[in-house]
Structures are given as structure tokens and as C-alpha cells.
Design a protein around this ligand. Structure first.
Ligand code: GTP
Ligand code: MG
Length: 370
């Protein structure tokens, strides 16, 4: 099959078509401007210009297209996905703990969050909200970025007895880059040294002006210890989410994002996935990044078995042939053969990439120039 013309390929790579033709000639390929190229030619040419090419199969392409142009009548309301971000120790996990009425913090080594946790919670008012808890530690920038990407609303937690800190700023930047609405939780209000106005002032200096001060950002004083203000915070989150009119089609094959994945000695590869649209079922064939597999089992964050998972639902999934990367998209496919092919193409591409990187480093180390 032929894909695109030399001219189109040139514009995708942001170079002139003459350069493409010149490189082709050097490689012994004679192409004209409007000549359509096959996958092999595209790969070779792109490589010369430093690009890796990924070819999407029709099924995968179709699924992603369908998701974008869903029929209005197929859409149903879905729970908001809310990500909690902020500086280390400002109380993100404690806040979520209080909301969940469970004790997550106690189960974490050293109390420092090192993964993204995903939880579906029913609020007192009977509404369902999916929360993602992110680590505040500076080493986890990528996770904050990912958390901001899959989310509908971001809660930025700032300890009122502390200040706006580097990872507070970073979290705000990620949320803004992702275009997510932001709500500020001024936490630890129970502490004697709490000074929420100081935090509001610091936020205003980075153009985050809260509503009480005439700005557009909702904020709420809370205590994850006493629970003060938390119902109000949830109300504000739900209000913000309502404005977004969040919908998805539960009656289609699932599409979503890998939150994290690892190898568990007893159970094999375990992946935490967030279903964003459609419904995931036991037995579905899942393609996730450069891995695939048939869903063997699904559990919620408490380890309870699930048979299916609809939109905005996080699940722990067993059955993949490896650990996809956090942030990878996943989708359900009809054909196991096609899923396997795409997965193996992708992992081969990754291997080649890492091989190239290694080669490059070796050359550098012995001081040779290319
Ligand atoms: P990382 O996951 O490491 O980024 O931290 P975190 O933001 O999740 O903070 P965590 O919830 O682990 O809380 C840090 C410490 O602050 C713990 O000792 C909590 O008990 C304490 N803490 C959290 N919220 C409050 C609060 O509202 N009041 C008081 N007094 N202490 C709190
Ligand atoms: Mg935490």
C-alpha cells in the first residue's frame, strides 16, 4: 500500500520537497513530487531526516476517529476525573483519604506518594467522582504532566501553613497547559500557623486570582485532618465538572490511558488503566502501547473483582504480555492478530530507537564524530 506523496511527507517533516527528492537520489530512489510512497520508502526517507514513523492500522485509526466523532444520541453522562496535585507533603493523599473514608496514606511506604493512585468515589450527595492522586515529590514531574492530561478538573493543594512551592507552581503549569479548570484547596487550615491569605497573595502573584479576590479561580479552605471545608470543596469540584457537560459512549469498545503498569511476581503484568470512553470487559483484546493481551481479570483499587468497567473508571487489569508505559493510550481491538502485530511493530521500533541511542553514546565516548 502507498500512503502519502513525497510532497506531503516533506511538509509533515517541515522540509522542502526538493530536499526530500535530493536525499532520495542519494539513496538511489528516484521519486517525483507527487509520487505516492510505500511504507518502506517513507521509513527510510524519514529516518534520513531524523524521524521515526509510526503507521496506524485501519482498525486503530478508525477507533480513534470514532471516539472523536461520536453521535450525540449515543453519549451518556460520565463521572468527572479529578486530579489532585501539589507540593510534597501538602496533604493530597490525606485529603483524598478523608474523601474516601479509608486509609491510603498508612499503606504507603514512608507516606510519600510514588505512584499515581486512581480511585472511584461516591460522595455523600451520591455523585460519583474519579480521583487521581499524584506524587508531589520533584522527581515525579512526568506523572504530574500525565495526571493533568487525562483529567477534567485539577485540585491544587497548598498547605496554608506553608507557601506556594516549586511543585505547586509546576502543577499549576501542567494544569494550565492541559487546559483543565483549577480549584485551589488551602489545606491544613486547622494548624495554628495556617495563613491562607498569605497563600492567596502568593498565588495572585502568579496570576492565579481567587474568586473572593475578584478572580476566576474557586478556592476552599480545608482540613484533611478534621474534614472542615471538604464537602464545600467537593461541591465546587462538581460545579466545575457540571459546566463541562462530560459525556462518553458506554456502549462501544473501550479506549483509555495507562496510568501505570508493573510486573507482579504472583500475578504477572498488572496495569492500572483509566477507561475514558466505552466499556472494558473480561475477555476483550487490549492493545496498550507496545503490548497487548486478553483481559483475564479486572479489580478495583480495593481488589474487588469487576466484570466490566465503563467510562471514567480506573481498573487494575491482568492479561497483558508486558508493562506498557504510563501515559500510553489503550484500546480494545477486534482482531488479536492485528493487536499482536501493532504491538510487536511498536516494540521493535522502540528497540531500534534504544539501539541507535546506545550507538550514538559509544561513538561520543571514544570521541568520534559522525
Ligand atoms: P506526597 O504524596 O509525598 O506529595 O504528600 P501528600 O501531599 O500526599 O501529603 P500527605 O497527605 O502524605 O500528608 C503529609 C503530612 O501532612 C502527613 O503527616 C499528614 O498527616 C499531614 N496533613 C495532611 N493534611 C493535614 C491537615 O489538614 N491538617 C494537619 N494538621 N495535618 C495534615
Ligand atoms: Mg501523597
Amino acid at each position: 500500500t502507498e500512503f502519502i506523496s513525497a510532497n506531503d511527507l516533506a511538509s509533515l517533516m517541515d522540509v522542502s520537497v526538493n530536499e526530500v527528492i535530493k536525499v532520495c537520489m542519494q539513496l538511489g530512489m528516484f521519486v517525483s513530487i507527487n509520487q505516492r510512497l510505500d511504507a518502506e520508502a517513507i521509513t527510510i526517507i524519514a529516518d534520513e531526516f531524523g524521524y521515526d514513523v509510526e503507521f496506524m492500522t485501519s482498525e486503530e485509526e478508525q477507533a480513534l476517529e470514532e471516539m472523536q466523532e461520536e453521535n450525540e444520541e449515543d453519549l451518556e453522562e460520565r463521572a468527572p476525573i479529578v486530579t489532585i496535585m501539589g507540593h510534597v507533603d501538602h496533604g493530597k493523599t490525606s485529603l483524598l483519604d478523608y474523601i474516601r473514608n479509608a486509609n491510603v496514606t498508612a499503606g504507603e511506604a514512608g507516606g510519600i506518594t510514588q505512584h499515581i493512585g486512581a480511585y472511584k468515589v461516591k460522595t455523600e450527595s451520591g455523585r460519583t467522582v474519579t480521583f487521581l492522586d499524584t506524587p508531589g515529590h520533584e522527581a515525579f514531574t512526568a506523572m504530574r504532566a500525565r495526571g493533568a492530561k487525562v483529567t477534567d478538573v485539577v485540585i491544587i493543594v497548598v498547605a496554608a501553613d506553608d507557601s506556594v512551592m516549586p511543585q505547586t507552581k509546576e502543577a499549576i503549569n501542567h494544569a494550565q497547559a492541559a487546559g483543565s479548570p483549577i480549584i485551589i484547596a488551602l489545606n491544613k487550615i486547622d494548624k495554628p500557623g495556617a495563613n491562607p491569605d498569605k497563600v492567596r497573595e502568593e498565588l495572585s502573584q502568579m496570576n492565579i486570582l481567587v474568586e473572593e479576590w475578584g478572580g476566576k479561580y474557586q478556592s476552599q479552605e480545608v482540613s484533611a485532618k478534621t474534614g472542615q471545608g471538604i464537602p464545600d470543596l467537593l461541591e465546587k469540584v462538581l460545579l466545575e465538572a457540571e459546566l463541562l457537560e462530560l459525556k462518553a459512549n458506554p456502549n462501544r469498545q473501550a479506549i483509555g490511558t495507562v496510568i501505570e503498569a508493573s510486573l507482579d511476581k504472583g500475578r504477572g503484568y498488572v496495569a492500572t488503566m483509566l477507561v475514558q470512553t466505552g466499556t472494558l470487559h473480561i475477555g476483550d483484546i487490549v492493545l496498550a502501547g507496545s503490548h497487548y493481551g486478553r483481559v483475564k481479570a479486572m479489580t478495583d483499587h480495593r481488589g474487588r473483582k469487576m466484570k466490566e468497567a465503563g467510562p471514567s473508571t480506573p481498573v487494575q487489569l491482568l492479561g497483558l504480555d508486558g508493562a506498557p508505559q504510563a501515559g500510553d493510550k489503550f484500546l480494545v481491538m477486534e482482531s488479536e492478530r492485528e493487536a499482536r502485530e501493532i504491538a510487536s511493530n511498536r516494540s521493535q521500533m522502540q528497540r531500534e530507537q534504544s539501539l541507535r541511542t546506545r550507538k550514538h553514546i559509544t561513538l561520543d565516548e571514544i570521541g568520534r564524530r559522525l
